[in-house]
Design a protein around this ligand. Structure first.
Ligand code: LFR
Length: 491
């Protein structure tokens, strides 16, 4: 059965056709496109119509290549959304979660309601860009859109709506808003009314695998396509990535590695405890009754931004040249806490890295390689910190770490992760989210009986690279220094 998965990341999107041959998954990327946010004045938006155009292009290519799918699913990053008015039109361009308009809103709501109450209701980590604070920021800024809105759709819900004409909210993504109450299994009316948002905007979320309509007739006519069914997959890309972790046991740790690094474990009930709140862990909804007890780590973003800046200033090097610079530079000179808010927004990463080092009394990295080395070493040391916290919270002990996502193509990062953890890393598949998206569609069609079978087939279909830890003593020593330095308050 031929299936089509659209996987949209913060930097690029892809359309991937999946087929099964001899009980192995065969994937083919038929379309890849960049996802370029657009800045207008001080505001940062997603170019949602361009993304929809690329989705249509994917369908055109599938038709030309004679790979018409029997089901289509879309996953994307979380928290962002569009608002729909009375006539069914999108009222405004969706904002980018790195926009500054939410500045200070989370802190204000924490004061008004108490962090305990918000966490108790939602089990979701405090990130200033969560949908709750984006809507509260729109309210604070008097956005006229709120007066006209009648429906709320997350990014994949919205694109799916453009395709099918049906407005359906999906569960895994809904949980990331910090407006969904996992105990009551519904949107949290108290939180919504606190920010003055009517609960009528929200439909009860459907579970991954639910049927979600067919291509709408205008699209069928325009592209000359039949009424292909659309499936609501695990539409949060991280939820899809976790579906694709090729683990054999139920108790494993994962790291979904892309612009963000999402590290955690799968649990059957949300862990809503004081300790989870204090460590700022999250319990995002997963597929098939699971929750993703995890933490957002700033990920490759800092390096991606730094590389982009260097290119803008005329320093052009390929990814592999960057890795060579990094590997060739002196080890363990200085560290940053990648999760410091200093690094959240787009901008001058070189000076921010140096500012962090200055304020914590460390040597300032100077060369390209030294800055990159500081970023990567700090990132993998943070992985160790978060893995240990995941163990504390879940009461599990992990023999190693599964890494999935595009970041695993950086072999140095995988090796350093194993070194920092002092445990093996099992890396693969790189297209985790797209493969998880396909898997949920196959389960919905009855091709796989359940997620266990899907994971076993994924394990047999994609190569897994194994990294054993090296240079244990030097990394152990570096971890001690990292912990001391990142405990120093900055700013
Ligand atoms: C990863 C991701 C994270 C989410 C962040 C912002 O792509 O979906 O899980 O916290 O993007 O939406």
């Amino acid at each position: 059965m031929t299936i089509l998965a659209y996987d949209l990341g913060a930097g690029s999107g892809r359309a991937i056709i999946g087929r099964l041959s001899d009980n192995r998954i065969v994937t083919q990327e038929i379309h890849r496109f960049s996802n370029d946010p657009v800045k207008v004045g001080d505001r940062l938006y997603w170019d949602i119509l361009r993304l929809y155009h690329e989705i249509q292009q994917g369908l055109v290519i599938a038709k030309q290549e004679r790979m018409l799918p029997e089901s289509i699913g879309i996953d994307s990053w979380a928290v962002d959304f569009g608002l729909i008015g009375r006539t069914g039109e999108l009222l405004a361009n969706p904002s980018h979660y790195r926009d500054w308009h939410t500045h200070g809103v989370m802190e204000q709501m924490q004061n008004e309601l108490g962090t305990e109450q918000i966490f108790e209701s939602t089990g979701i980590q405090f990130l200033g860009f969560n949908t709750l604070y984006q809507l509260a920021a729109m309210r604070r800024n008097g956005s006229p859109v709120l007066k006209e809105a009648e429906r709320f759709l997350m990014i994949p819900d919205l694109l799916r709506y453009f395709m099918t004409g049906e407005m359906i909210n999906e569960f895994t993504n809904a949980t990331t808003t910090q407006m969904y109450n996992s105990r009551q299994q519904d949107w949290d009316r108290k939180l919504l009314s606190h920010i003055g948002i009517p609960s009528s905007w929200f439909g009860r979320p459907v579970q991954p695998g639910a049927p979600a309509g067919h291509l709408r007739s205008s699209l069928m006519v325009d592209l000359g396509l039949p009424a292909i069914p659309v499936t609501a997959v695990a539409e949060h890309d991280t939820a899809s990535a976790v579906v694709a972790v090729p683990a054999l046991s139920d108790s494993f740790a994962y790291l979904s590695c892309g612009t963000w690094s999402l590290m955690g474990t799968e649990v059957s009930e949300p862990v809503i405890t004081e300790q989870a709140r204090e460590l700022n862990f999250t319990n995002e909804g997963g597929a098939y009754g699971t929750y993703r007890l995890l933490k957002n780590i700033m990920g490759l973003w800092i390096f991606q931004e730094y590389k982009r800046e260097c290119e803008r200033d005329g320093h052009h090097a390929s990814y592999s040249e960057w890795i060579q610079h990094t590997a060739g530079s002196a080890p363990f000179l200085s560290f940053i806490d990648p999760d410091d808010t200093l690094f959240l927004h787009a901008g001058d990463m070189r000076s921010r890295v140096r500012q962090y080092c200055r304020q914590t009394g460390q040597q300032l990295p100077d060369t390209y390689g030294a800055v990159a080395r500081c970023i990567f070493e700090s990132l993998v040391l943070k992985y160790r910190y978060v893995l240990e916290q995941t163990e504390q919270l879940s009461g599990k002990r992990f023999d190693g770490l599964h890494m999935v996502g595009g970041g695993i193509q950086n072999r140095l990062l995988c090796q350093w992760t194993a070194n920092a953890l002092g445990r093996p890393v099992w890396a693969g598949p790189a297209e985790g989210s797209a493969i998880g998206n396909l898997a949920v569609q196959w389960i919905a069609q009855g091709t796989f009986s359940d997620i266990r079978e899907a994971r076993a087939v994924i394990r047999d279909s994609f190569p897994m690279d194994i990294y054993e830890p090296q240079e244990s003593e030097a990394w152990e020593d570096a971890y001690g220094r990292f912990l001391r330095l990142t405990a120093i308050p900055v700013q």
